[in-house]
Design a protein around this ligand. Sequence first.
Ligand SMILES: NC(=O)c1ccc[n+]([C@@H]2O[C@H](COP(=O)([O-])OP(=O)(O)OC[C@H]3O[C@@H](n4cnc5c(N)ncnc54)[C@H](OP(=O)(O)O)[C@@H]3O)[C@@H](O)[C@H]2O)c1
Length: 291
Amino acid sequence: MHPWLQDATAYITGGSSGIGLAIAHELRRHGASLVLIARNRQRLDEAQRELLTTTAPVSRRAPDSRQPMVDIVVADVTDSRQLQQTLREAVARISPPDILVNCAGMAHPGYFEQLDLHVLHQTMQVNLYGAWSATQTLLPYLRQRGGRIVNVASLAGLIGSFGYSAYAASKFALVGFSEALRNELKPDGVSVSLLCPSDTDTPQLHQENRIKPHETAALSGNGPTLQAGQVARDFLRGLRRRRFLIIAGRSARMVYLIKRLAPSILYRLMDGVVAKSRRRAQTHTALIGEQ
Ligand SMILES: NC(=O)c1ccc[n+]([C@@H]2O[C@H](COP(=O)([O-])OP(=O)(O)OC[C@H]3O[C@@H](n4cnc5c(N)ncnc54)[C@H](OP(=O)(O)O)[C@@H]3O)[C@@H](O)[C@H]2O)c1
């Protein structure tokens, strides 16, 4: 039970699915009102219905006081002008934010030489520029309320992994943006956090699994796949303490520790997994050739 969430309103971009939706459930459970932002209205409607019917807020409110709401806003975070207008309307219509979670994101894994520049543009637009635009629009309100901003990056924003050149570039950029913002807003009482989950069972991961190189799949297969609910619980623990870096999942925290203390060991481990995956793929190709 987190009483400080009882009268809070959280704006969550990407709140209609996966990690964003799990965060919405966690915040609602603790009494926060929600504004979910995404492009697809049908998925937003479904998420709103799911939240209202399955997650009951644990409330210490008086029975006649305002109950936590779930509102939805259709917007594309890559369209900064439309986003700005829609968010300002939402603030006037619903409530100003106490918490902003920038969770809308995309990933398109692949071999660098096969990735068109367009993929990088698109990935940066959603993962970096989207977070920038939403933050810039809502910051004046967050500033007034001693608010909190959480940018959802990834373990791939701390460790550049095979097959994730565009995604890692966007998430490393988001990490740099978040750190600069943290230092700039701290004196004004606005906290900035960076949530870095490793592979999490969501529609995005399923989509990635369909196209990722076998080396990337082998590296992913070396760690556990998190459940979105677990990421959301780690998120809330970090948010409550206004912690800057929130790495979701124990094994992800271990991998990041190795990266910081002994990066060469991590690189050797990753190189080993890639080499093994290539040997296996070559053997497989040779066997098929013999048939
Ligand atoms: N799943 C993982 O393994 C994993 C690991 C580490 C970090 N992450 C990060 O966690 C975040 C959420 O990912 P997820 O796996 O939960 O993905 P997901 O289930 O596919 O959800 C993505 C959400 O973002 C919204 N979205 C995407 N593009 C948007 C845009 N241009 N404008 C507004 N909303 C947009 C989607 O709704 P619409 O399509 O309707 O717009 C959806 O609500 C992302 O930033 C991702 O990079 C994921």
